[in-house]
Structures are given as C-alpha cells and as structure tokens.
Design a protein around this ligand. Structure first.
Ligand code: SF4
Ligand code: MSK
Length: 634
C-alpha cells in the first residue's frame, strides 16, 4: 500500500485518516475489500443462485461447466431473478423509510406525539389536492390526518395506479400503461418480486425484469416520493442555505455527535435537544465549549438541506470519523451503516447508539426510538454524549479545515430562484447556454477511488455547460471538493457560469438525500410538461459513479424507466447473461426510451453523457455539437 493513500480517496481529510488507521492498525473498509479479493466470479456475474435448497447453484460463464441450476434455470433466469431481488430490496428500504415518516405524520396529526408539527402547510394542501382530500375549512392537523390516511393506501392493494404516478408526463404514463408496468401498491410490487423469483414461478427473464422495473417505479414514484413529500410537510421544504463539509466540521473543544443513516425523525429532535439550555450547561460543566451536531450520509443530507447542518462526510467516512477521537456519540438510524463502526469505536471512547428496533448492531447501545417520546429520547442521547466527553483519549486528530457549500435546492427552491416558472431554465437550455442537466447521485464504493468518480464527472460536466444536480453521497463529495458554492461557477463553462452568476447559485445543486432523487423526477417532469414532450426527449442523464447499494439499483432502474439515460460507474452483477446486458444497455431504449451504460472511468462517462445530451438536443431541434466530434479520453 502506498504511503500517501491518494489511490484510495481523492479527499484530503480521508487520505490523512486512512494513513492514521494504517499506522494505528485499525481495520477499515479498504482493508476488508483487499481481504475479500479475489471476490467470487460467479456472484460478480450474477450467475450464482441460492433461492432454494436444491442449490446453491452456479452457471459456468465459459460454457465448460453446468449451464443450468438443479431446477433447470439458465443464466438469463438466474441473473434476472438476482437483479429483481436487488431492486426489490432497495425499493423496500426506501419505501419502508417512507412508511415510517408517514406514520409519524399521522401520529402528529392525531396528537399521539407532540414532538413534531406540520411545518409546510402549503405543501400539505397541495398533497391534499393530489389525493382528493378537501382542504377547505380544515385545520392543518385534521387535513394532515386525512391526507396521511389516504397516502397509506399507496402501500396497499386497492390501487391500480399510484397517485404520485400522475405527476409523470402523460406520454410516460401511457407508455407504462401499455407496457403493463404502471406501479400499483408499493408493498404489492415488492412482494410480487419475491413471489415471482421463488423457484418455479416466473421463468422468463424479460417478464421478470419488466416486473422489476415496475417495482422500481413503485419506489421512485411511490415510497421514496412519500418519504420526500411527507418529510417536507413535517420538517419544512428546503430552501437555499449555507453549510460546511468535511471532517473539519468536528470541533475539538465541543461534545461532537454524528447523526448517521437516512431517517430524519430522530435527528430532527436531536437538533432541538442539543439547543436545550440545561444540556448546554451540562456540557460546559464537563469542560466542553458546547454541543456540535454533524451529519453523515443521508440523515446528514436531510438536515443539511433544511437547517444547514455541517456535514462530516459520506459513506466511506463513517469509520474515519470515529478515528478522529473527537466523537462522543454516533447516532445511527438505518441504511448504509457499516456494522464495523462498532468495532472501530472499541478503539476509542465513541459510543455507537442504535435507535430503530429494525436496525440493531451487536455491541452498540440500543435506545429504541419512539416518535411519541421523541424529545425525551433526543435529550437522553445528548446527555449520554455529554457524559462521555470526559472519557476522550489524549489524541484528537481533526484532519482538515471545513469547506463552504450550499444546500437546499428543492424543486420549489429551484423554480422559485427561476422566478416561479421553469421557463428561464428551458430558455437557457434552448439557447445552448446550458446544454442539459445531469443527476450525479449515489454512494461511495471502495472499488472506486473515494469521491473521485463523483467529483471528476461533475467537473467535466459543468466545464461543458451541463448543470449538475446531486443527492446522497455524491452531494457530499462535490460539496467537500468546493463545487457547491456560487463561486464555483468560475469552474463552469461560459454559458452555465453566466446563468449561475445571474441567479447567484452554484453550478452543482444539492437536491437532498437518496429518497430525494424523487425531486429530480419531479423537476424532469415539470420540464417535460412545460415543453409538451416526454422526459425521454429531454437533454438529461443520470449517473451513479460510485454506487454500492441495492437502493441505488432501484434508483437507477426507476430513473431509466422514467426515460433518463443512466451511466453506472460500478459493474452490476448481470454480465453472466448477455441477453440481460443487451436488454438493459440497449433493448430498453426501444421499450422505455432510455437505457443503462457502465463506465468506471468518470472521464469517459462524461463523454458518453455529453454525446447523449447532444443527441437529445438534436432530437429537439436545438443547437447541438455533432456528438461524433466529442473525443473519448485515451
Ligand atoms: Fe439452484 Fe434453481 Fe434452487 Fe436456484 S432455484 S438454487 S438455480 S435449484
Ligand atoms: S447514504 S444509499 S451510501 S448515497 Fe444515502 Fe450514500 Fe448510497 Fe447510502
């Protein structure tokens, strides 16, 4: 391993902490990846199956060994079933998150909890109109109860079409209808994946994948959208806000608490608990200057979007933040929390506190979260962190100074910045000042140099006058790299730079957490409706340069099924079936008007995306650069 560790991460704070881990012999995700290599080739190609006890089975990709599992399933069926199950797992994770938030809205409305309030009444009224609930003359609580009750039906079996699917442009809905993939109840689609992929049910790979696509749509236009919209109602719809990012947001003289995971319910009350004067006094009595909350991953994004909470880092920072020795507690809710954080914390004084009964960690302190006692639990956790401050070791390593970044670009905020209509954005695209827009989203994966995929792709796109919108860990990467301030417009091409400077916005807009990819769908639908075309006609693309999660598989699939070409930086486990690859990377174009590409090199991914965008511009009759003249890097 090189001494600089620059090959593992492009972020300076991470490089320093990885070196520290190496010197102190603390195992990290990169060590464990190395220990796993070579990883199983059958699994990497999607060719292994353990769906029943006649197996496990595998198909030989070279044709020398078995070509079918014991039941007779071939490579196409095994790969398609595995992919469908991944999509269902990801969609279920998002949708279960949405359900938790929705239950909290209901409990808030009925008075079962007083920890939350209806913050965005206007959005609640808009949702009421969508769900056919009369708002006239009703108090917010009564309206919220009725809307929440109706919204719960999104998860059930009575609907032939999710209410939020009506937000998609008409041609897109007609296409879903024609293909038989209009998303119905969220739980129904996910359960049906498990049914179909049981041995002896759906044995046609195209049919399996079509249902997998439908399931992903029940995430994007269903469960995730519920999570985003209801979070806005409860916690406020984000508006542009200044924040800071990287490990430098930790404060050596403060009680530091990291909020990690995806669900904003507990972290929202933590923010209020940390402001409690009695707890502030307690912190000072222990020798601390105050209480400092910092974000990690998407719980961090949720709070950064709404209140500008400083962001300590993304997925691959979660072990490194503990090694600073400055973290009194890491509060985890669910998703993307490595079990290893408990082991790393054993070397330091940090207490890992799990909070959801569905997400327990052996070795962590478990304080079950109950929205009905939200504030009380938040105060209990903050108090524990304060009591832990005197247990700090002698060595605190905070590796960098924080970087400024801006967050808070909800669709409402973007349209607001444009003067209340998408017209200025459409005009800028039509004139060629902005050539198109790309969602750079998703995780970190130790198989890709940390943050390099996100930041390199983003830089190349904005240099070429392509507006970038970001969510999840991609947003954190770009924020740390200094790409998300209005001053970063200097790094953009001349057209995008002029637009950003006129509006006072960064060339890279933070649209939120992983569930908030739905904001990108809504924005794309608004642009398509404005122009009277389908989403697939627009000069848009998606990219997940460093994805790792099953949720990302679901996101990528619903983005493509919504008509947006998507480039993945990590190879999905489908290459054992040339038929599945041909369908996803080509055939889908004829079916949903978009497809996937896989390109690990972000420089080359940028070229693929630029060519795609120019092709779409040509299709719309807009001024374009001949795609063939865009040269692929060596
Ligand atoms: Fe093997 Fe078929 Fe069972 Fe899968 S479902 S483990 S391929 S027998
Ligand atoms: S946290 S799903 S690693 S983006 Fe949403 Fe980051 Fe991916 Fe988790």
């Amino acid at each position: 391993m090189s001494d600089t560790f620059e090959h593992l991460s492009s972020a300076k704070d991470a490089q320093k902490m990885i070196r520290y881990a190496h010197e102190e012999h603390i195992e990290t995700v990169w060590d464990r990846l190395a220990a796993q290599e070579p990883q199983c080739g059958y699994c990497a190609l999607g060719l292994s199956c353990r769906n029943c006890a006649m197996g496990p089975c595998r198909v030989d990709p070279f044709g020398d060994g078995p070509q079918r599992g014991v039941c007779g399933a071939d490579a196409d069926v095994i790969v398609a079933r595995n992919l469908a199950r991944s999509i269902a797992a990801g969609a279920s994770a998002h949708s279960d998150h949405g359900r938790d938030i929705l239950e909290t809205l209901y409990q808030t409305a009925t008075g079962e909890t007083s920890a939350y309030k209806i913050t965005d009444v206007d959005k609640l009224k808009r949702l009421a109109a969508e769900f056919g609930v009369e708002a006239e003359g009703k108090e917010p609580a009564e309206l919220a109860r009725e809307v929440a009750w109706e919204m719960m039906e999104e998860f059930g079996m009575r609907k032939e079409e999710l209410t939020f699917a009506a937000r998609a442009p008409k041609p897109r809905r007609e296409l879903w209808e024609k293909l038989g993939i209009m998303p119905r109840g969220i739980d129904r689609e996910n359960v049906e994946v498990l049914h179909r992929t049981h041995m002896g049910v759906d044995n046609d790979y195209v049919n399996i994948l079509l249902h997998a696509v439908r399931t992903s749509l029940s995430d994007g236009w269903g469960g995730s959208m519920v999570a985003t919209e209801v979070s806005d109602v409860l916690f406020g719809t984000p508006a542009p806000i200044n924040s800071k990012a990287n490990l430098g947001v930790l404060k050596a003289d403060h009680v530091n608490i990291a909020l990690h995971g995806h669900n904003p319910m507990l972290s929202d009350v933590m923010v209020r608990a940390a402001q409690d004067p009695a707890l502030q006094d307690l912190a000072r009595s222990k020798g601390a200057a105050g209480i400092n909350l910092v974000g990690l991953c998407c719980t961090g994004n949720e709070l950064q979007m709404r209140i500008g909470l400083p962001m300590a880092g993304n997925h691959l920072i979660q072990e490194l933040v503990i090694m600073t020795g400055a973290l009194e507690a890491m509060l985890v809710d669910y998703q993307c929390i490595m079990p290893s954080v408990v082991d790393v914390a054993k070397c330091f004084h940090t207490e890992i506190i799990s909070t959801f009964d569905k997400a327990r960690f052996t070795g962590a302190t478990h304080i079950p979260f109950d929205p009905k006692r939200g504030i009380e639990i938040g105060q209990q956790i903050v108090r524990r962190a304060i009591e832990n401050f005197p247990n700090r070791g002698p060595r605190v390593v905070i590796p960098d100074e924080p970087v400024d970044m801006m967050a808070g670009f909800s669709v409402e905020a973007i349209v607001g910045a444009l003067g209340g209509t998408p017209k200025p954005l459409v005009d800028a695209i039509a004139a060629g000042h902005i050539r198109g827009a790309v969602g750079v989203v998703g995780c970190n994966n130790p198989k890709i140099k940390h943050d390099y995929g996100h930041t390199t792709l983003t830089r190349r796109l904005i240099e070429n006058d392509i507006l970038v919108v970001v969510t999840g860990c991609a947003a954190v990467a770009d924020g740390k790299a200094g790409l998300m301030t209005p001053a970063a417009a200097e790094m953009a091409g001349p057209g995008l730079k002029a637009v950003c400077q006129a509006l006072g916005i960064p060339p890279v807009l933070h649209m939120g957490s992983c569930v908030d990819n739905t904001r990108i769908l809504v924005l794309a639908a608004a642009l398509a409706d404005y122009l009277g075309v389908d989403i697939s006609a627009l000069p848009l693309a998606g990219a997940a340069p460093e994805w790792y999660s099953e949720k990302a598989v679901s996101i990528g699939t619903y983005v493509v099924a919504s008509g947006i070409y998507t480039v993945l930086g990590v190879q999905p486990a489908i290459f054992g079936s040339p038929n599945v690859v041909n369908l996803l990377a080509g055939g889908l174009n004829d079916v949903v008007g978009a497809a996937f590409a896989v390109e690990p090199d972000p420089e080359k991914a940028a070229v693929l995306i630029r060519r795609h965008i120019e092709g779409k511009r040509k299709g719309l009759g807009l001024p374009f650069v001949e795609p063939d003249t865009i040269v692929m890097p060596e």
